[in-house]
Design a protein around this ligand. Structure first.
Ligand code: PMP
Ligand code: GLN
Length: 385
């Protein structure tokens, strides 16, 4: 048989799937793969259910149903003060994952360079490479995940086409500071680059951190492609409804990729997400305060077990350093060990670094019911005592 694609065939199965399978096999509390364990807001699901029954159920317009594009534009105005033309500047995709792929396939060519920040979400590098571009990685280190400004500047060159920024950032739980964002924006401007901004956790950040949408920085609106996801904003990860906001010329290019990837996304889910984006401010602030409470719960629990924990200002992931527990092995071994023996699953953070080097952190997802988090901490506590 002839070989598969040279780039994609070189990757194994994603860590999310590998660890979720292992969690299922051992019947553990799965705090590995990131997904909430509730069902999402009742009213949003109700709109989806009604729309499935009443229709429409045929192909919606390629850019998305008008209601959702209008809702995304209104959401941009409400939360970020940015005027967006829903007809030419918004496109709906099948999740943020498709949006990321569409943006990269639309804009990158062979030899272009893309600046990315490690540790990074697992779909980024395969797509950069498949698009023929060359990744330039800037490495953030625990426990405070500060952006090294010298490395940042060194990552840019006259070949830089794009910077891919995830803020709030998975898996670190970092929210980029105003100074860090300004430094990135300055380099984007200097190198005439695009900013692809994965802002799927835009509503999940905590007291003391201020999330700034990159498109609001001076000069960045016309260079930014901003991605959001109903998976995170409405705790409906299985729906795979994403949305991209970009100036008309860029969005037009992205639509050319989208039309050949998925073309459209389920119309009923789009209508329900449109309804959801119109929910009152209390829904969005409630999401953040609820997750902050859960972060505090697991943070206190993990510290009590004896872990050190890294800073977590946003997302629903917290990273725990297991060295104080005296475990003799790396993070992959640790995550396997607690899955097989303590009944709790977490993810090895080294899976998010291309170059390795950080082998002492386990990522715990805390978008779970309090009782589940308490039981997980209890199991770890009993096991390590
Ligand atoms: N980007 C980041 C940083 C994520 O954590 C996720 C969550 N899976 C995604 C993109 C993908 O989002 P979606 O499920 O909407 O494709
Ligand atoms: N975003 C989620 C995480 O980081 C899961 C993504 C996935 O399963 N592909 O865990």
């Amino acid at each position: 048989m002839k070989p598969g694609n040279e780039i994609l065939s070189g990757y194994g199965t994603t860590v999310f799937e590998v660890m979720s399978r292992l969690a299922m096999e051992h019947g553990t509390i799965n705090l590995g793969q990131g997904f909430p364990d509730d069902n999402g807001p009742d009213d949003v699901r109700d709109v989806a259910a009604r729309t499935v029954l009443e229709g429409p159920n045929q192909y919606p317009p390629m850019l998305g149903v008008p209601e959702l594009r209008q809702a995304v534009a209104a959401h941009n105005k409400r939360f970020y003060g940015v005027d967006v033309d829903w007809q030419t500047e918004v496109m709906v995709t099948s999740g943020a994952t498709e949006a990321l792929a569409a943006c990269m396939f639309a804009l990158l060519d062979h030899g272009d360079e893309v600046v990315l920040f490690e540790p990074l979400y697992d779909s980024y590098l395969p797509i950069v490479r498949r698009a023929g571009a060359v990744p330039k990685l800037v490495r953030l280190e625990p426990p405070d995940w500060r952006l090294p400004m010298d490395q940042l500047a060194a990552a840019f060159s006259d070949k830089t086409k794009m910077v891919l920024l995830n803020n709030p950032m998975n898996p670190t739980g970092k929210v980029f500071t105003a100074d860090e964002l300004a430094a990135i924006a300055k380099l984007v401007e200097q190198h005439d680059a695009y900013a692809l901004c994965d802002e799927v956790y835009e509503h999940i950040y905590y007291e003391g951190a201020a999330f700034t949408s990159f498109m609001t920085l001076p000069g960045m609106r016309q260079r930014t492609l901003r991605i959001g996801s109903a998976g995170k904003t409405f705790s409906l990860t299985g729906w795979k409804v994403g949305y991209t906001t970009a100036p008309p010329d860029l969005l037009g290019l992205v639509a050319k990729a989208h039309q050949f990837l998925t073309f459209t996304t389920a119309p009923n889910l789009q209508k329900a997400v449109a309804y959801g984006l119109g929910k009152d401010d209390a829904y969005f602030s409630g999401l953040a305060s609820e997750m902050q409470r859960k972060r505090d719960l697991i943070r206190t629990g993990l510290l009590g077990v004896g872990f050190d924990v890294a800073v977590c200002d946003g997302t629903y992931f917290i990273n725990a350093d297991f060295r104080p527990l005296g475990f003799d092995g790396d993070d992959v071994a640790f995550c396997r060990h607690i899955t097989e023996n303590a009944g709790v699953t977490a993810l090895p953070v080294s899976a998010f670094y291309q170059g390795g080097g950080v082998g002492h952190l386990a990522r715990f997802c805390f978008s779970k019911q309090d009782s589940v988090l308490e039981e997980a901490v209890d199991r770890l506590d009993k096991f390590f005592r």
